[in-house]
Design a protein around this ligand. Sequence first.
Ligand SMILES: *Cc1c(COP(=O)(O)O)cnc(C)c1O
Length: 352
Amino acid sequence: MAVKYPVSRPWLAGQELAYVTETINDGWISSQGPYVRRFEEEFARYNGIAHGVACSSGTTALTLALRALGVGPGDEVVVPEFTMIATAWAVTYTGATPVFVDCGDDLNIDVSRIEEKITSRTKVIMPVHIYGRRCDMDAVMNLAYEYNLRVVEDSAEAHGVRPVADIACYSLFANKIITSGEGGICLTDDPRLAEQMAHLRAMAFTKDHSFLHKKLAYNFRMTSMQAAVALAQTERLDEILAARREIEKRYDAGLADIPQITLMPARDVLWMYDLRAERREELREFLAAEGIETRLFFKPMSRQPGYFDPRWPSLNASRFSEDGFYLPTYTGLTEDDQAYIVGRVRAFYEAN
Ligand SMILES: *Cc1c(COP(=O)(O)O)cnc(C)c1O
């Protein structure tokens, strides 16, 4: 059956079209157009942070953050075992080495196990707010203070969670809480870090000569067309988060009494509705046949070919990745849609 309920669908019902139309009419479509600055200011203001640096993706946001903090070859960065691979790749792109820490029961990095991974080479701790659950940032910031480390927050799945790290990085990919199609943004209170990220984002042009470049930089710029969409989405972020909160409540209520389903801890903001299920693969196939798309949990980093570790240190991450998945989670999902989806999950276990 065709997909009737995709896992994700953007909600572009605000000023998105009007703003994009304006960029087209004015001809200011590149990164030099006015919407990039407007989006940066609005997103930073929303989060109570001084500076925003928009860029081409969440992955490039993380890369810019690490480069601005001076991370490079020989350095180590502590990252979660359970995350999307871009968190680890950003470290690898800089020439540094990611050091993985297993997750706790909330899927976030187990902060009690970070300290044992800190060495003289460690420069940065990079926690991720997985599926919209805020990581214990007090614990991370205390460790960073004690060991003189910097902190980059991977907030790709947690727009609306208040940032506290040196730099917080967001993705604006189409399946994230807010989107610009493709895109990302870094937030920081430090004007020098903001300036450095903006410099690295745009090919490190210098004042001395139009085409003198003193360091290896990137073209990670966001276009004004993307920023136009991102700004319109930011204006509605509270509304989007509130709608997502209702989706979470309805799934929780509908699924709670199914014995083969294990609900996950509450979320600070809802990105994807994650859960664990007995006979997950059969259930997913059954749901797919009913037009309900689902997606597996992340595959742990130590199981990825690029980071394969035969010691297999990530016991929790592996346990969760074996029976975890997520259900369709987007703001257009109605009560009826959710009742149907929950009903099909129930029907699977009643029939099998
Ligand atoms: C989506 C995501 C990214 C990457 O963002 P892109 O915009 O796709 O590059 C990084 N980290 C996490 C945790 C993500 O979920």
